[in-house]
Design a binder for this molecule. Structure first.
Ligand code: P61
Length: 460
């Protein structure tokens, strides 16, 4: 078979205009947004790579399914279809719908954790960490050492350090570890996958201590496809079979359907534990809604039921992973430092290496995000000291382990020429990188500060 271009496995039926701005307008917009791209209105963004969450383009199959969404308050058949889809892939006994991933996290941690508990994860994403801490537990990240070295190649940089997990459980005592989580793929660590072998090794440690293992399953299909591509023994298995095996080794999951659910909103929480499920449903009723809709419209449940299956299509996953790699390899070929290899849903630029003249205290990831916007109207997100840094008791900033700039690719939204444009803009900024100034904070909220923070350029 000749090697041909991997094409987008869809054609475009409905288009959404995107608007250009001038550099002078963008400079003004940046200043009035306090150099925080979350605060720039979307109409002034040309290519939006802020997130792959909820920004997916839905298929004709999903739109058609939405039309049969049943909006009954209780016992909607749309919920039954969602439940059937989830159970066919994930196999869990209880499926509890929520309005998005973080609602599932809040209910999970509120039910399972108490003050002083410890929750290990390969790397908690920010909402997961915040919800865990809000429940009084300590969120501990246990990535493998390779995960913290952006330039080295490793097929499964999302893996958890199982030795560190055993040591942690021995140190704090099994009674303080109500669950262990694995984030697939590991978003904060570069969209890197977890291998099946690592997942099973983590499960074995958990099982020895009677601790349940939960997946933060947002990008489970992309993780399954990486296992197919990279892990010996899986090349001839379908992504669906691999996903089934992943979930079979777990006791529950949280899910944001805004990622590999290919929907624009929604999520769910799963467990095999009857008593826990009852408590979780009671909490759901208090704040989200009745257990057959959980804060979603019936049509949303339908979109997710179809989307979960589409996300496991091998042709779709091949296109998805190839197009993310395309962006990563074109910028890294010119010297731009990225987390290697490129992730599933995003390319992560190592902002500290891109801007070595900036101290991490001056937010190199945020400064680089501002420059990409100024240069070409591209919106990205910092995953670094603004998102994860913390002040100690004396008010001194403790920087994050890495300062990354994430270019997240919405699913089925942009074409190859959009991505070529992104490459050109990044390379133009790369050429003038030594002129880029750092930033200082002028406002920060007490939690999840990156959403609303305001910054200004440092005076030189
Ligand atoms: C994202 F700037 N992710 O990556 P929800 N777990 C994991 C996620 O990636 C995740 C959630 C749980 C987002 C959206 C986002 O500061 C930010 O449905 C691995 O968004 O509640 C979400 O799922 C939560 C972007 C979230 C951010 C927080 O872009």
């Amino acid at each position: 078979m000749p090697t041909r271009t991997v094409i987008e496995p869809f054609r475009i039926k409905s288009v959404e205009p995107i608007s250009r701005t001038t550099q002078a307008q963008r400079q003004q917009l940046l200043e009035s947004a306090g150099y925080n791209l979350f605060l720039i209105p979307a109409e002034f963004i040309l290519i939006d790579l802020l997130t792959d969450s909820g920004t997916n383009a839905m298929s004709t199959g999903q739109w058609a399914a939405m039309m049969r969404g049943d909006e009954s308050y209780a016992g909607s058949p749309s919920f039954e279809r969602l439940q059937a889809s989830v159970q066919a892939i994930m196999g869990f006994k209880h499926v509890i719908p929520t309005h998005q991933g973080r609602a599932a996290e809040r209910i999970l941690f509120a039910t399972m954790c108490k003050q002083g508990d410890v929750v290990p994860n390969n790397t908690h994403f920010d909402t997961t960490r915040a919800n865990c801490e809000f429940a009084g537990a300590e969120a501990v990240d246990l990535p493998v050492p390779e995960a913290l070295q952006p330039s080295i190649l490793h097929p499964f940089k999302g893996n958890m350090d199982t030795t560190a997990l055993k040591l942690l459980i021995d140190r704090v005592g099994v009674d303080r570890v109500p669950l262990v989580m694995l984030t697939v793929t590991n978003n904060s660590g570069g969209g890197q996958p977890v291998s099946m072998a690592n997942l099973k090794a983590v499960k074995a440690v958990c099982a020895r201590h009677g601790i349940p293992l939960y997946l933060d399953a947002c990008r489970f299909a992309e993780n399954a496809y990486f296992i197919k591509l990279r892990e010996p023994g899986y090349a001839n298995r379908t992504p669906r079979e691999i996903a089934q095996e992943m979930f079979h080794n777990c006791d529950g999951c949280t899910m944001s359907a805004k990622k590999d659910g290919l929907a624009n909103i929604g999520g769910f929480l799963c467990t095999n534990d009857d008593a826990l499920a009852r408590q979780e449903e009671n909490l759901l009723i208090l704040t989200e809604g009745f257990p057959t809709y959980g804060g979603l419209a019936g049509r949303d449940l339908e979109a997710i039921a179809v989307g979960l299956n589409e996300a496991l299509s091998e042709e779709y996953l091949n296109y998805r992973i190839t197009s993310t790699t395309y962006l990563g390899s074109h910028i890294s070929a010119e010297g731009v430092p990225i987390i290697q290899p490129p992730g599933g849903h995003a390319v992560y630029i190592d902002a500290r290496a891109f801007l070595p003249h900036l101290s991490p205290h001056h937010f190199p990831g945020v400064a680089l995000a501002a420059e990409l916007y100024l240069e070409g109207g591209i919106r990205s997100v910092e995953i670094g000291t603004l998102m994860f840094g913390k002040r100690d008791e004396t008010g001194v900033e403790r920087c994050a382990a890495m300062d990354l700039l994430r270019l997240a690719i919405p699913r089925r939204v942009y074409t190859q020429s959009h991505i070529d444009y992104v490459v050109e803009v990044i390379l133009d900024v790369w050429k003038r990188r030594d002129k880029i100034r750092g930033l200082e904070l002028i406002y920060e909220a007490p939690v999840l500060r990156h959403f609303t923070a305001r910054l200004q350029p440092l005076h030189t």
